[in-house]
Ligand binder design. Structure first.
Ligand code: ATP
Length: 273
């Protein structure tokens, strides 16, 4: 149905305050906020505003979050869709969906278009296992390239895309005038994890023994999404234990649970390990 073509959020509430760590990525991305807020500052000197930026990093590190924060900071609408939605699409539907998205975005400009998992549509062309099997995906990719080339750099549309597989992307996507900027959004180090814990601990009623530094030290390898998950699990566990406050013990149990879940997921992905 039309309602599921893509998501559109007119008033985005997320700002850079919601994005912890990722200082370098935030610095680079602040430039995009400027392009959206004061395009004239750039165009009057003859500069061409970039059309797209590619956010590169593992799952759950905050790529969607940071893209949304750009829209929130600039006060512009946020259109989003996921590359994986295009897989197994009927003939012509993917390309039509892309055209429709850009048409609506142009009407709402300035705005952000966010394409999650762009590798699902953006894999290099002609790499298919079966001849013909990838035609529809390629049609979708071609229509994306046509749309990206078809709007002027000062039209107020900035396209952000996310991937954890930049190596498989069709080089055509990375040409100047398309996704010519890459911003890495990596897993947090201990300092970053502490900052992310602090963001997600804010709404929780904490016992004084809860120490974000200790939590960060005990969660090496966790991405932001897992840290958010730990915080919520801990609150759920504490509530089930009829506590008035969430304790360090509840966090301990929540971490064990999240680590257990991650291990299970890894087993499913690589069954012969
Ligand atoms: P995917 O590639 O799986 O789509 P992603 O990189 O887009 O992942 P997000 O969807 O942005 O990750 O992150 C999921 C959630 O994890 C966020 O909504 C937020 O609650 C939390 N999170 C992730 N990174 C951060 C961060 N740097 N600061 C604060 N919260 C974070």
């Amino acid at each position: 149905s039309r309602a599921t073509l893509f998501d559109a959020e007119n008033k985005v509430k997320i700002t850079f305050n919601d994005v912890a760590g990722l200082e370098e990525a935030k610095e680079e991305i602040k430039e995009i906020v400027d392009y959206l807020k004061s395009p004239g500052k750039f165009t009057k000197l003859g500069a061409k505003i970039p059309k797209g930026a590619l956010l590169v990093g593992p799952p759950g590190t905050g790529k969607t979050l940071i893209a949304k924060a750009v829209a929130g900071e600039a006060g512009v609408p946020f259109f989003s869709l996921s590359g994986s939605d295009f897989v197994e699409m009927f003939v012509g539907v993917g390309a039509a969906r892309v055209r429709d998205l850009f048409k609506q975005a142009k009407e709402k400009a300035p705005c952000i278009i966010f394409i999650d998992e762009i590798d699902a549509v953006g894999r290099s062309r002609g790499r298919g296992a079966m001849p013909g099997a990838n035609d529809e995906r390629e049609n979708t990719l071609n229509s994306l390239l046509v749309e990206m080339d078809g709007f002027a750099t000062d039209s107020g549309i900035i396209i952000m895309a996310a991937t954890n597989r930049p190596d498989v992307l069709d080089p055509a996507l990375l040409r100047p005038g398309r996704f010519d900027r890459q911003i890495s959004v990596d897993k947090p180090d201990i300092i970053g994890r502490e900052a992310i814990f602090k963001v997600h601990l804010k709404p929780i009623k904490l016992s004084p023994d809860v120490d974000p530094k200790k939590l960060a030290a005990q969660t090496p390898g966790f991405a932001g999404a897992e840290i958010a998950n730990v915080c919520n699990e801990a609150a759920l566990i504490a509530a089930r234990r009829d506590r008035e406050e969430v304790t360090m013990q509840d966090f301990q149990d929540a971490m064990d649970r999240v680590i257990g879940g991650l291990e299970k997921k890894n087993k499913l992905i690589s069954p012969d390990e």
